[in-house]
Design a protein around this ligand. Sequence first.
Ligand code: HMG
Ligand code: MG
Length: 311
Amino acid sequence: MSDLVRIYEVGPRDGLQNEAVALPTDAKVRYIELLLAAGLREIEATSFVSPKAIPQLADADALVPRLSEVPGSAGARFPVLVPNLRGMERAEAAGAQALAVFTAATDAFTERNIGMTVAASLDAFAPVLRRATELGWWRRGYVSTAFGCPYTGAVAAERAVDVALRLLDLGVDEVCFGDTIGVGVPSQVAVLTGTAVAAGIPLDRIAFHFHDTRGTALANVSAGLDAGVRCFDSAAGGTGGCPYAPGAAGNLATEDLVYFLDASGWEHGVDLDRVLEAARFAAAALGKPLTTKVGQAGGWDASTGAPTSRA
Ligand code: HMG
Ligand code: MG
């Protein structure tokens, strides 16, 4: 297996969608610029969803056309969330080139999140993914509540994998299993990965998205790495959550993930000090203290024993 890990940054999308403050477009552009400067090459930028559902991202039509002018953006990928054809038309008009569709392992969650059952959501995504394929866009499919549902509880790995297979049939390049409310543990990551691989899903088409609600996200990343998965989502500043998933806390913080990967000898191309700059910027823009572990402690210089980049 490769030692190269992809860090898929979701701060500008998941990180901002559940905040009390809606950041101005200029602040989002600056946040993305800092993320690019840190070496992140896949940055989920925003969502083309109903502005009534997620007012914090209602400026997607204005944000996306600016991405190509952000320093460091050449060659970077900026996926956007698209729930339906209306969102696809908006994403296309804005100049997006990569998307993520999003469903879940449980009907109870998708009904609240996007007003459809899982089966209906797959029907809604079919023409979206056809169009994205015609346009040559990169395509991700999320399976939320893959580790547990806030409305119906435990979720069997087979159920999440079944939805992932349907998404792959519809033409996504990658499936991402989401621990939407942060209830998962490493043994579940191992079982879910094994079930996916046994069902024929290649490891390089699997990603994980851990919310750190109960402090298990990094342990889950470690289990994912052991199982052969090499793509993990995180948000600089550890912000995030879903308004339709009660109890969902922030995403795994990019700074915590980068520290962990660095210290464990994985390659990923992202600079910890610069991620911390982006994390501090996001926290300040949102008017919140930076409460992530590495955000508070800083990195650690193994040659001197001293902390570095203290917030
Ligand atoms: P709906 O109300 O069921 O459907 O919304 P609708 O088709 O009747 O539309 C209602 C209104 O929205 C209409 O406007 C439509 O025109 C408009 P009105 O007539 O009332 O003025 N509309 C749109 N406007 C702009 N862009 C669109 C669009 N579509 C409809 N694309 C809908 C269905 C899917 C639109 C809505 O439920 C929605 O936008 N949901 C988004 C929820 C969301 O973004 N959740 C967070 C992301 S998922 C997540 O965070 C989990 C993840 O991180 C992984 C994990 O953690 O597990 C990915
Ligand atoms: Mg999420």
